[in-house]
Write a protein that binds this ligand. Structure first.
Ligand SMILES: C[S@@+](CC[C@H](N)C(=O)[O-])C[C@H]1O[C@@H](n2cnc3c(N)ncnc32)[C@H](O)[C@@H]1O
Length: 254
């Protein structure tokens, strides 16, 4: 934002403009480079024009960036919908895809993804197709992962185990996953374990179906709602940066 002072005639985010001896000096705050121009009125007008054009450029750049972001989120969503139409995981039914389109890494990225909860393998198939370069690991209580997912190009790693087992979760956390999606038991204690062990700088932790935090079955033994992940997010006491959508899905980052 610009402001006028007596000595520094204009100050904005990038430059300070000062009146020198019969000249005009403006200093780029980023690299401290100084630019000297002569002729007060001429320079003043030139500077104002420069300032205006910078503001215009900045606005144009911000708009272009916003449009590009919107376009890429839109494209992500289209492509996510295309794969999830083939593999009917309930992520689509729950309305989660638009939020995945915002938060997930770009399709081509090489990164490590863990999904807790496989069921019939629909989401695993969708992730495998959507992220051709991702290393995918699946954790499920039951031996449920279809054989073909562990074979061929881009095989997934399957670990059979209980997400409530702290030793197992610590073992997995040591693998430094970039994205962790918890679509397993939906038990509030298990969700806390996921949040606690996998949240680290640069990683994205997604907890699905937080509405289960209001149901006794999923918070057994009983836990006060305030203490559940959803309760903590809603009361503003959650320990990490979080985007909550539909009161059901949270995207967490440190
Ligand atoms: C909702 S389904 C997963 C759906 C799948 N992610 C999809 O979108 O197609 C939940 C899965 O979590 C698994 N699960 C339940 N309790 C678990 C636990 N304690 N540890 C690991 N997996 C568990 C179930 O066996 C089931 O396969």
């Amino acid at each position: 934002m610009s402001r006028r002072t007596k000595k520094e005639i204009w100050v904005d985010d990038r430059f300070t403009f000062e009146e020198g001896q019969g000249e005009f000096i403006f200093t780029n705050k980023e690299d401290n480079s100084k630019h000297i121009m002569e002729g007060f009125e001429v320079v003043k007008n030139a500077k104002i024009a420069l300032y205006d054009s910078m503001m215009e450029q900045e606005k144009d750049q911000a708009n272009a960036k916003k449009q590009a972001q919107e376009r890429s989120v839109e494209m992500n969503l289209k492509e996510l919908e295309a794969v999830f139409n083939k593999y009917p995981s309930d992520k689509k039914e729950h309305g989660y895809l638009p939020f995945y389109a915002i938060h997930l890494p770009s399709r081509e990225k090489k990164f490590k993804l863990l999904e807790i909860g496989c069921d019939k393998g629909y989401s695993v198939r969708a992730w495998r197709e959507y992220f051709p370069n991702a290393e995918i690991t699946i954790l499920d209580l039951h031996n449920a992962v279809p054989e073909d997912l562990m074979q061929g190009k881009n095989p997934v790693e399957y670990i059979q185990g209980d997400q409530g087992n702290e030793d197992l979760i610590e073992y997995l956390a040591a693998k430094d996953f970039d994205v962790v999606i918890d679509d397993g038991s939906h038990n509030a204690r298990h969700q806390w374990l996921t949040i606690e062990k996998f949240t680290r700088p640069g990683a994205l932790v997604v907890i699905e179906d937080l509405h289960c935090n209001t149901e006794k079955f999923f918070t057994h033994p009983p836990m006060e709602f305030d203490k559940t992940p959803l309760g903590q997010i809603k009361s503003g006491k959650f320990p990490h940066a979080v985007d909550l959508y539909l009161e059901k899905i949270a995207f967490i980052q440190k």
